[in-house]
Design a protein around this ligand. Structure first.
Ligand SMILES: NC(=O)c1ccc[n+]([C@@H]2O[C@H](COP(=O)([O-])OP(=O)(O)OC[C@H]3O[C@@H](n4cnc5c(N)ncnc54)[C@H](OP(=O)(O)O)[C@@H]3O)[C@@H](O)[C@H]2O)c1
Length: 330
């Protein structure tokens, strides 16, 4: 889906009038600003280092939602002036062969970032694939090293969707500190990291999941509600408190339409602000992912410069020094 279509959908969303309905927290304008800054920064990087950093997207097997997502991310790469490389691997591949392909990308100096499209086919163990990504190129923060850094509150690559769900609140001027924040979903890529990031912002965070009893009891308590369950219309208006701020991360294709996890029609009469689907978290996710690519490219270029300087210094010192075997004895 293009940003054009997303912003059109946003403009047409029910309740988008400034006088009626809730405030719409749209991601497209924020994403456009980030992309503009990134285009400038990537141009400066390319001029300085004489290569364009590549984002490698590993796709094992293929399904329709992946195709839509991949189209979006490749287009975002184009917009900011970097290379997007789609690495397609047939569904009949072995886990070892997938890891070998990822190791090849780890070793490729032009590849600054690697993402692996989920879900993987059932016979490919997720953990094996995740472990094989170089953490320095893991720009969607799925490697245990980056996940660990996040949970400890240290800098690392953040899962872009989780980051986008928090960033859209911050950039819309919504205070998180001290608020009762409820997250629906606890996946490693969205719910759990979003909860950790909201905790980092000093929210009082509750996490709900498929075994939670009486979902509405908890969601009604929320001042900020982040929903990442992958169930179209799971959250309805009667499960919300008046004035709540809702971030709907869900992307569900139903009858050819893209729907969120929140039933917009019933929610719009209750909420104070809500992210539309599409046009909310989605556009911001891609822009943030490419900001991670820039950071990875800069880190890797600096590391290469340091390694080169160390090698040159060692060579100079070796050439200038007299081998110990040739030194006169005292
Ligand atoms: N906007 C974007 O850029 C973007 C990017 C990635 C994903 N998404 C969307 O975000 C949604 C979540 O993605 P995901 O990868 O986190 O999905 P996931 O791995 O399937 O996880 C879904 C989570 O929701 C919980 N859940 C499912 N049904 C529930 C229910 N009835 N009540 C309460 N909790 C329930 C699950 O609980 P259990 O743990 O108990 O199973 C699980 O923790 C999907 O719609 C996906 O398409 C959007």
């Amino acid at each position: 889906m293009s940003d054009q279509r997303e912003s059109t959908a946003t403009a047409a969303a029910p309740g988008s009038s400034p006088t009626k309905g809730p405030r719409l927290l749209t991601g497209s304008p924020i994403a456009a600003q980030i992309r503009e800054d990134l285009a400038t920064d990537f141009a400066a990087f390319i001029e300085r280092h004489a290569y364009s950093p590549t984002l490698a997207i590993v796709l094992v097997g293929a399904d329709a939602p992946s195709a839509v997502y991949l189209e979006q991310i490749l287009r975002t790469c184009q917009k900011v002036g970097v290379q997007g490389r789609l690495v397609e691997i047939g569904v009949d591949v072995t886990p070892d062969a997938v890891c070998t392909e990822i190791e090849r990308l780890n070793a490729d100096p032009e590849v600054a970032g690697i993402i692996v499209q989920m879900p993987l086919p059932a016979h490919i163990p997720l953990r094996t694939v995740i472990d094989s990504i170089d953490p320095a190129k893991d720009i969607d923060g799925i490697h245990p090293r980056n996940a660990g850094l996040l949970s400890l509150g240290y800098d690392g690559f953040l899962p872009a969707t989780a980051q986008a769900s928090v960033e859209i609140l911050k950039r819309s001027g919504i205070e998180i500190a001290g608020k009762r924040v409820v997250v629906v979903g606890r996946s490693n890529v969205v719910g759990k990291p979003a909860a950790l990031l909201l905790l980092r912002e000093h929210g009082s965070v509750t996490v709900l999941h498929s075994r939670t009893r009486d979902l509405g009891h908890h969601t009604r308590d929320a001042e900020i509600l982040v929903v990442a369950a992958g169930r179209a219309g799971l959250i309805t208006g009667d499960m919300l408190s008046p004035g709540v701020v809702v971030v709907d991360v869900g992307i569900n294709v139903v009858g050819g339409k893209i729907l969120g996890d929140v039933d917009f029609e019933s929610a719009r009469h209750v909420v104070g602000a809500i992210t539309p689907v599409p046009g909310g978290v989605g556009p911001l996710t891609n822009a943030l992912l490419l900001s991670h690519l820039l950071r990875a490219a800069i880190d890797q270029a600096q590391r290469r410069v340091r390694a080169h300087a160390t090698t040159s210094a060692a060579a100079t010192s070796a050439a200038g020094s007299t081998p110990s075997t040739a030194r006169p004895t005292q």
